[in-house]
Design a protein around this ligand. Structure first.
Ligand code: BGC
Ligand code: ZN
Length: 370
């Protein structure tokens, strides 16, 4: 079968002939892949800055944002049947007995670093025709989400971030005063950094929970991104016209920053304007561009005197996948056009190398295999 693979030692990316996997354990499920999303992580892998082939393999089949259709199930599979649509999780546990996170099924919090990730680290990914995995890593997607189900995995980043936000803010009285008809977070102000797929999906997740939401981005006005923000009820703040301080003044009292750009200088600049009892969530993985100057006294004073919390979040557990699937249905109900516009282009597998190594613009580009 066809697969898109990177050969780090030879610095090559190409479509290869890869052995078709088969069901080898009772709980295995075989999928025909429908869609695979391309993200910054994939671009880094094809630039040979990231990514590791499975032990003993000269290549890594890439792709970790997927939607597939069940075509066969092992005799022990209980939760899925032929024809079901599924999104498969990315990370697999390490095998160290002392890793309490992996042993508890929370490999997204793996301690040892010896986890594997399909399409990224030590395990082949999904940019191929067929995939086999254990049913426990697969999440059922309703059939009417077929055209957008590939957005589930990038949305899990926000879902895991928000899951932790509730835990973090349970340390203080944070609930909004009850107002009939108002969503739970109506009194809170969130600033999203970046209008890529992770930022826009994160913005949608915040808005459905009632946050007043602003998106600060390099994209111009007008642009697909600025229009999309407006259509979901977020206020778009163009970075070219508005300094971080002006943006903060316009918002006033930022309760939450959801970082989705991977630019550390911008992120630490914005951290200066985080409000009292505020939370700053990092999701981006910056390239190493060398040290910059940061006013650490100011940041530390604020962290202490304003009871702030800063945390990073990576990958996602089962609950985040389930929340992403139900959320996506809600976004589609509220904003059918905006959700459709998140997917910029669909490409055939033979165009994947060009897509991965080129400068394809827009929001989310997808390789469609069906
Ligand atoms: C993926 C995560 C993964 C992370 C680090 C992201 O692009 O969505 O599943 O854990 O990269 O490899
Ligand atoms: Zn990704």
């Amino acid at each position: 079968m066809k697969a898109v693979a990177v050969f780090p030692a030879d610095k090559q990316v190409r479509v290869i002939d890869h052995p078709e996997p088969s069901i080898s354990s009772p709980t295995d499920v075989k999928l025909r892949i429908i869609d695979v999303g391309v993200c910054g992580t994939d671009k880094e892998i094809v630039a040979f800055d990231y990514g590791t082939p499975p032990a003993g393999s000269p290549y890594l089949v890439i792709g970790h944002e997927s939607l597939g259709e069940v075509i066969a199930t092992g005799p022990g599979v209980k939760t899925l049947k032929k024809g079901d649509l599924v999104v498969t999780m990315v990370r697999r546990p390490c095998d160290h007995p002392e890793c309490v996170a992996c042993r508890a099924g929370r490999q997204d919090f793996c301690y040892t670093g010896d986890f594997t990730e399909r399409g990224i680290k030590g395990r082949h990914g999904f940019m191929t025709e067929f995939v086999v995995d254990d049913e426990k890593y697969m999440n059922l997607v309703p059939p009417d989400l077929r055209d957008i189900g590939v957005l589930v995995e990038p949305l899990t980043i926000a879902q895991k971030g928000i899951e932790q936000l509730w835990q973090v803010q349970s340390r203080l009285p944070w609930a909004c005063p009850i107002e009939p008809g108002q969503p739970s977070q109506y009194c809170h102000k969130a600033l999203v950094l970046g209008a890529g797929p992770v930022g826009l999906l994160g913005g949608m997740a915040l808005i459905v929970r009632g946050f007043q939401t602003w998106v600060y981005s390099r994209n111009p006005v007008p642009s697909v991104q600025s229009d999309l923000c407006r259509s979901i009820g977020a206020t778009f703040l163009p970075a070219a016209q508005l300094s971080v301080d002006d943006a903060a003044k316009e918002i006033g009292g930022i309760d939450l920053v959801y970082e989705a750009v991977g630019a550390s200088s911008l992120a630490f600049d914005v951290m200066r304007v985080l409000g009292t009892n505020g939370v700053f969530i990092f999701t981006g993985v910056p390239g190493r561009k060398g040290p910059i100057e940061v006013d650490t006294d100011l940041l530390m004073r604020d962290l202490v005197l304003k009871n702030q919390v800063v945390y990073g979040t990576v990958n996602a557990g089962k609950q985040a996948f389930m929340d992403a699937i139900s959320d996506l249905a809600e976004y589609r109900r509220r904003w059918p056009d905006a959700v459709r516009k998140l997917i910029t282009g669909r490409f055939k597998i033979d165009q994947a190398v060009e897509l991965l190594t080129g400068r394809a613009g827009g929001i989310k580009n997808v390789v469609s295999l069906s």
